[in-house]
Design a protein around this ligand. Sequence first.
Ligand code: FES
Length: 99
Amino acid sequence: MTFAAKIGEVPNFGKKVVTVNGQEVLLVNIKGTIYASENECPHQGSPLTAAMVKNDFISCPRHGYRFSLVDGSCGDHPECTLKIYPVQLSGDDILIDLG
Ligand code: FES
């Protein structure tokens, strides 16, 4: 597990991009549950920084593909899967497993 950010740096219903081990990771906070994913849409590589988040789904701003933040699946386009990283909270620290 690698330190990614402090919990207070990711606002509720907000996002933050961090670089961990040279990789861009998108952190999303939904009511205190933190999700971590790659920051590049698996469809055509758009950054997900400006993506819409609703419940535990994230929608790419470019063509609207909608991914589960839990398992990265895309219901309408099963050939595209967003990479999701396991998250662990330790006190105020967000730790992620880049695998
Ligand atoms: S680049 Fe994300 S949906 Fe096309």
